[in-house]
Design a protein. Structure first.
Length: 286
């Protein structure tokens, strides 16, 4: 049933069919030649598995040109996931430089045709988030800059689908925030559930009621909503402090252009501060 499995769709965990040491997959040796072939380095040194994720296996990689960060996933659709993350990082970094790791390469896994893939970015050393309140205020200023960046099309969405974890997010362009929220988030999620577990009349009826009765009241009545650039999955686990610069950095995005208040789905102080700053900025512009 869709109802009993909805949570599982949003929190998938797929073990990669590869060599593990403890609960960490050893760095796949096939990736090193790809780094050289794509001119990211001439030689690869030590690699170290990193923690912090439940979906991908992550590594720091020493090279003759400095450190790299590599994420690997052997599951189906990983190539799409990393391609989408690459596009999200490019969009964010174009607005606020050095606020995200620089994407360097995304590619299907060498020698496989099952959708597995890897992503390479610059390596950003992370420091302890002591003094978090002050750092979150700095984070808020940069998030507010993202929220000043409106959609290049004037529409809601993104030029490619993205992935929140392993869950695909439809991002085709729509003319209104209400339409995007209804069609690309609520209905799209139910379609994914039905595709995975089969029809569920109760869920589909409830979704129809929500879309017909609730969404027009809670979302449709908002006036003057402009689509702005969002990280898309910004929570306390997806930001840190660059130990080299002392500045905040965000990562693991699934970006799109929507209403900035959509960030309140994941709440922490910096998001509230960024919205306050955005309101002040726009009031001054008027």
């Amino acid at each position: 049933m869709v109802t009993s499995n909805l949570f599982n769709l949003l929190n998938p965990f797929k073990l990669a069919p590869y060599v593990f040491f403890g609960n960490k997959m050893l760095f796949p040796t096939e990736i090193a030649p790809a780094l050289v072939e794509n001119d990211l380095c001439k030689s690869v040194g030590k690699t170290r598995p990193l923690g912090g994720g439940s979906i991908n296996n992550s590594y720091s990689v020493e090279t003759d040109r400095g450190m790299l960060f590599v994420k690997v996933n052997m599951a189906l659709d990983s190539a799409d996931m990393f391609a989408a993350e690459n596009e999200s990082l490019l969009a964010l970094s174009a607005v606020v430089p050095n606020f995200t790791p620089k994407p360097l390469l995304h590619s299907p896994f060498p020698g496989r045709d099952d959708g597995s893939a890897f992503l390479v970015t610059e390596f950003v050393p992370l420091a302890s988030r002591s003094g978090a309140a002050a750092m979150q205020r700095e984070l808020a200023k940069r998030v507010a800059r993202l929220h000043e960046t409106e959609s290049p099309t004037g529409m809601f969405g993104f030029h490619t689908d993205t992935m929140c974890g392993s869950t695909r997010q439809e991002n085709g362009w729509t003319s209104s925030w209400e339409e995007f929220f209804r069609e690309k988030r609520l209905k799209a999620l139910v379609r994914l559930c039905v595709q995975k577990w089969g029809p569920d009349d109760e869920v589909e009826k409830l979704m129809e009621r929500i879309c017909d009765k609730v969404v027009p009241v809670l979302v449709g009545r908002l006036k003057g909503v402009r689509p702005v650039l969002l990280h898309g999955d910004l929570w306390s686990g997806n930001w840190g402090v660059n130990s080299d610069t002392g500045e905040p950095v965000i990562y693991d995005p699934s970006s799109y252009y929507v209403c900035p208040f959509f960030l309140f789905k994941i709440r922490f102080v910096a998001l509230e501060q960024s919205l306050r700053l955005l309101i002040i900025i726009r009031a001054r512009q008027k």
